[in-house]
Design a protein around this ligand. Structure first.
Ligand code: CTP
Length: 406
């Protein structure tokens, strides 16, 4: 149908980029990217009119998103040539043909296109050796200035290499290393580096990609003192295990796995260094509390738990609850990954499975029915009931009533 609309508007329409790459690799990819030779926004509007879809468009970039009634989205771009005014700057856009559009892309494996117009439907366009590189499992740039034009591609190269099980080509790796050595990544700006890092940490298994980042001297862009020691790597692998463990609990609690990885990667940095990272990378405010204050809190809790274990001091469930309850799921999982002993890890996992969602059976209405006048003491009573329940001193509702009466 995309091609039919293209025919009607007399413009050529192509599926491009990651969608075509993954199609040829027989990997699932629901991000459909379309390039229109001509006015992409006019194309998207006409398609949406015929198919009952909505669109969102950006005049400045000549792009639109077609949104189907079921929420499915198709990105539409107009053929264009991007100029990078200076290394690391955002591109400026101008009209051009499909071949030029594909030429401005990052790697050959992302330059394949499939024609969608009636007469050419299904024809594969391969101007830059994309099919060969898919066969050779190689991530290769199209030209020597690729990483200079857009240094975020350094991170993208690693991400594709590790995700697809490919290898960055020899010459491309050489170019990548020089771009890093010459400090081009610095020009990108912290927020974009952070964005690329998060995308890497969201990969199904980010461990090898982070190891490769370390090998290519990229961790220093997060913090000069950040190195991937065998110990940190081990924590990082442990993070993978605890994230999957938590998924299997089906707690319904959302958990952003990338944050757990990030916390484990930075485990050996102190609070000042972490605050420095947050500033440099312009980490959004909603994460900073977790990464700085909560992380420091978690660290001291973990030390206390380890000390108590070493001394053989028992920690009551209500204490464990009080310590761990204020911490976000991600911070708790990072703590589990960092725990030095199985016992402490089990204490935290016990908190997740048995303590975190405990609450007293009685509530304010019950206290009112008992003739207790409403007021601040309700909070105190309910807190005591919660503690009693956590420590197994009450089981039934009658136990709680008896405790309140006492
Ligand atoms: N692109 C680029 N340089 C960048 C970012 C993107 O050249 N810094 C190009 C790539 O060729 C890519 C296309 O823009 O194919 C779309 O980008 P994106 O959606 O990020 O890439 P995908 O290949 O679809 O990656 P993913 O599978 O991770 O979505």
């Amino acid at each position: 149908e995309l091609g039919v609309v293209g025919d009607a508007l007399q413009c050529e329409v192509f599926a491009v980029g990651g969608f075509v790459r993954d199609l040829l690799l027989r990997q699932p990819n629901l991000d459909v990217d379309i390039v229109v030779e001509g006015d992409g926004i006019a194309f998207a509007s006409e398609f949406a009119r015929r198919q009952g879809c909505r669109i969102r468009s950006h005049q400045k970039f000549g792009t639109a998103v077609i949104i189907f009634p079921d929420g499915f989205k198709v990105d539409v771009a107009s053929t264009r040539m991007e100029y990078y005014l200076e290394p690391g700057a955002l591109p400026t856009v101008e009209d051009a043909s499909i071949k030029l559009d594909l030429y401005r892309r990052d790697f050959t494996i992302n330059t394949l296109a499939i024609a969608l117009n009636g007469p050419r439907y299904g024809e594969l366009l391969d101007f830059f050796g994309g099919q060969r590189d898919l066969e050779e499992k190689a991530v290769r740039v199209l030209h020597n200035l690729s990483f200079v034009e857009d240094p975020t591609r350094v991170f993208r190269a690693i991400r594709f290499e590790q995700r697809l099980g490919f290898r960055i080509g020899v010459h491309t790796e050489h170019l990548l290393r020089s771009a890093v050595r010459m400090g081009f990544v610095d020009k990108v700006g912290g927020a974009r580096v952070f964005n690329e890092l998060v995308i890497i940490l969201k990969e199904a298994n980010p461990v090898p990609a982070v190891a490769r980042m370390a090998e290519l001297q990229l961790l220093k862009y997060l913090h000069p003192a950040l190195v991937l020691t065998p110990r940190i790597r081990q924590r990082f692998e442990e993070a993978s295990r605890v994230i999957h463990w938590h998924e299997l609990l089906y707690t319904g609690e959302p958990c952003q796995g990338w944050l757990v990885y990030f916390l484990c990667l930075t485990v050996e940095l102190d609070k000042d260094a972490m605050e420095g990272i947050c500033r440099r990378l312009a980490v959004p405010a909603r994460y900073v509390g977790m990464l700085c204050e909560q992380r420091a809190e978690a660290r001291s809790r973990l030390q206390s738990l380890e000390r108590r274990r070493a001394r053989g001091t028992r920690t009551k469930a209500s204490e464990l609850y009080q310590w761990l309850k204020p911490l976000a799921t991600e911070v708790l999982l990072a703590m589990m990954a960092q725990a030095g002993t199985d016992e402490v890890r089990q204490q935290i996992s016990h908190f997740f499975t048995h303590l975190r969602n405990v609450s007293p059976l009685l509530d304010g209405n019950d206290l009112l029915a008992l003739g207790i006048p409403p007021g601040p003491q309700y909070k105190v009573i309910l807190h005591h009931l919660l503690q009693a329940r956590l420590d197994g001193r009450v089981l039934t509702r009658d136990d709680e009533l008896a405790l309140v009466r006492k």
